[in-house]
Design a protein. Structure first.
Length: 329
């Protein structure tokens, strides 16, 4: 059932992607904002209440709906799985930015590519040279692929095995959305927020993402250059502020042999704050503080797309084998 649900959700999402600006996204923003206004009074324990209501209530509703429906019909349960996965999982929820930026760079319209990157990641990209721009597109796209596909995939399979249907997918996506919502309010809107709440939601998401991030990195190693990916994982993951992100990006860089990381204007890189003084050794030929490899080029965008899709196929095959094994018992 899990395999079919993921397969159908990915196929439907490719054929009929959700619009960039949709009612579900507006509803999530309204929900998380309402919870923050009504449950956050600035105390430390209020941050836990806000997270629990924002994330666990939708998760419990998804689990309850699935168990209620699946109790009467397995096909109805599958339909609930597919519907929830269609909302929570898929490339097309972020790939329009990647595609538009790639097309702009293909046309030589670097100003439009910078504008799209700034709109996507809420940063000042006006002074970025082409190589830096490509690097940021690759990094942000890899992290988005992990958070919209591999992380959701992992937690969906775990909770589905426990008989809770798509609750794991909702848990992961809501935790990621809540973290992004409060970071956005502070970073992009410069709105006053409870910093304890901001730190707590980021910390909880880091816990939830700990194992999925390492599985994503391992998948990149298996379908790419395994030895270099593992070496990059061990050596270069510390170039990024957050360990989960560093592991994914360092493994991907090694898997395809591209330079990622390196010095950049503050706020440009994905949640990175280090100065990269302890980056790759100079005898590797890498730029200061970056992973070894070739400086980002247009061809690396396609290489990263191929890397991600091969990894999706890998995990789908493993899930299919697990499904067949459980059926054969």
């Amino acid at each position: 059932m899990s395999f079919l649900a993921v397969l159908f959700a990915l196929l439907i999402e490719q054929l009929r992607p959700m619009p960039r600006d949709n009612a579900i996204l507006h509803g999530l923003r309204a929900w998380v904002g309402w919870v923050g206004r009504n449950f956050d009074a600035g105390k430390p324990h209020h941050a836990w209440i806000v997270w629990a209501v924002s994330v666990l209530v939708p998760t419990a509703l998804a689990a309850g709906l699935y168990m209620l429906v699946a109790n009467y019909s397995l096909l109805a349960g599958l339909a609930v799985d597919v519907a929830v996965l269609y909302i929570t999982l898929g490339f097309r929820q972020f790939s329009h930015y990647f595609t538009d930026i790639r097309d702009a760079l293909d046309r030589g319209d670097e100003s439009e590519a910078r504008r799209l990157l700034a709109e996507w990641r809420h940063l000042d990209a006006s002074e970025l040279p082409r190589t830096e721009e490509l690097r940021h597109v690759i990094e942000h796209s890899l992290l988005a692929a992990h958070r919209h596909v591999f992380g959701v995939f992992f937690w969906f399979v775990v909770f589905s095995a426990l008989g809770l249907g798509p609750a794991g997918a909702v848990l992961y996506r809501m935790a990621e959305f809540v973290r992004r919502y409060w970071a956005y309010r502070q970073h992009a809107l410069d709105a006053p927020i409870n910093e304890g709440l901001r730190d707590l939601v980021a910390r909880i998401f880091g816990w939830l993402d700990h194992l999925p991030a390492r599985l994503t990195a391992f998948g990149f190693a298996v379908v790419g250059n395994f030895e270099e990916a593992i070496n990059g994982w061990r050596r270069d993951a510390g170039l990024w502020r957050h360990p989960n992100e560093g592991i994914i990006l360092a493994a991907a860089a090694g898997a395809v042999g591209v330079q990622l990381g390196g010095r950049a204007p503050p706020g440009v890189t994905p949640d990175r704050s280090k100065t990269f003084a302890a980056g790759a050794p100079s005898d590797t030929g890498a730029a200061e503080g970056s992973t070894p490899g070739i400086p980002p080029q247009m061809g690396h965008l396609q290489s990263m797309v191929g890397l991600v899709w091969r990894s999706v196929i890998l995990w789908m095959l493993l899930l299919a084998l697990m499904t067949l094994a459980s059926v054969a018992k």
